[in-house]
Design a protein around this ligand. Structure first.
Ligand code: ACO
Length: 326
């Protein structure tokens, strides 16, 4: 057996802001209905950050819970990656603000921008530190205030998104180099910049100088989602050396109930293995996978040692998948 260093997830945490916005609340401001939103998306409610809550505040709450679950303190943390599309400021990175608010010592901290795929991308980047012995205790956080990017007159987008944060702690552990090892076992990361027009924000620092609003051709995104994500899932499983059928839990990006069911069907995962939280918090972009993971750990479904499959797709287009033994 070859001994290898693995990046092992030792703690998971999440945070949802207090304010809940129901479909009926949205039906008061755009021409929509609870029935339409549930039927087309599976979404029943979403959380909205308070006016004085920045993305770093959400991230700090999730990180604290993840550190507690891992039995670590902020003093232990030497790497922070925040996957976010909605940072507090243009700079510095939300990750350095999180570092300051948590009281972590000087280390490495930066943001990663891959929209809804950000958490999967960030895990892979963190693996490059942890599994090479360059970080001892990493926080990988997905945190978003997507409600700040909404055009509240566009019923095709404003009903789909919510705010929240999820986090994991990654630590190095020696494994045997087999698929029985705990840790991040395989990845597939993809991007296709030619599909920008399907999903983007119409503003930015070096163009309009304004934040802008999220624009989406929803049915086109839908069309690409199931096919693209399925390919990445098979590629990540191959990279890990496992069969998709061995997976204990499937934790998809929580964008739309119909997309995640379509992907599960296409790759042959039984619906009893799919973790779905989209009805409760809508699409929280980079936060959605760790939030779903956290919820399923809390309710006792996901246990250490189990094989998990994560996948996401978002603006760019970007997409990807990860196989991890928890
Ligand atoms: N309430 C009522 N009617 C609506 C609403 C709404 N909230 N939104 C759109 N409609 C209407 C449209 O105006 C259209 O009406 P028309 O026929 O009179 O023009 C009709 O519904 C059909 O529109 P479609 O866009 O074709 O509807 P579709 O069945 O595709 O559902 C939806 C729209 C829910 C956006 C779907 O396409 C979808 O979920 N796509 C994927 C989007 C997604 O998940 N994006 C995120 C992934 S990437 C990321 O996470 C950033």
């Amino acid at each position: 057996m070859t001994q290898v260093l693995r990046s092992v997830v030792t703690g998971v945490g999440g945070y949802l802001p207090d304010e809940i916005v129901t479909n009926d609340d949205l039906a008061k401001i755009v021409d929509t209905s609870d029935e339409w939103i549930i039927e087309r998306t599976g979404i029943r409610r979403r959380h909205r950050a308070a006016a004085d809550q920045a993305v770093s505040d959400l991230a700090v709450e999730a990180a604290r819970k993840a550190l507690e679950a891992a039995g670590r303190t902020p003093q232990d943390v030497d790497l922070i990656i925040v996957a976010t599309t909605t940072p507090d400021l243009t700079f510095p990175a939300a990750a350095t603000i999180v570092q300051r608010k948590l009281g972590c010592p000087v280390g490495t901290a930066f943001d990663l921008q891959a929209v809804c795929s950000g958490f999967v991308y960030a895990l892979s980047v963190a693996d490059g530190f942890v599994a090479r012995g360059r970080a001892r205790c990493a926080l990988v956080i997905g945190a978003e205030t997507m409600t700040r990017l909404m055009d509240w007159t566009d019923r095709g987008t404003c009903v789909l998104f919510g705010d929240g944060a999820g986090a994991v702690v990654l630590e190095p552990q020696t494994g045997e180099g087999t698929t029985a090892d705990r840790g991040l076992l395989g990845f597939a990361l993809r991007a296709d910049g030619t599909k920008q027009d399907l999903l983007y924000v119409d503003g930015g620092v070096s163009t309009t100088g304004q934040i802008g609003h999220l624009r989406m051709q929803g049915n086109q995104v839908f069309r690409h989602a199931v096919v693209n994500i399925s390919e990445a899932i098979f590629a990540a499983a191959k990279d890990a050396g496992v069969e998709v059928g061995e997976v204990d839990w499937f934790i998809p990006h929580q964008a739309n109930q119909r997309i995640l069911e379509g992907v599960a069907r296409r790759v042959g995962i039984d619906e009893s293995k799919v973790v779905t939280t989209v009805s409760e918090h809508a699409n929280t972009s980079a936060a959605s996978i760790p939030l779903a993971w956290w919820q399923a750990v809390q309710d006792g479904r996901i246990k250490p040692g189990q094989l998990l499959l994560l996948e996401a797709m978002g603006g760019g287009l970007t997409w990807g998948a990860c196989v991890v033994r928890f």
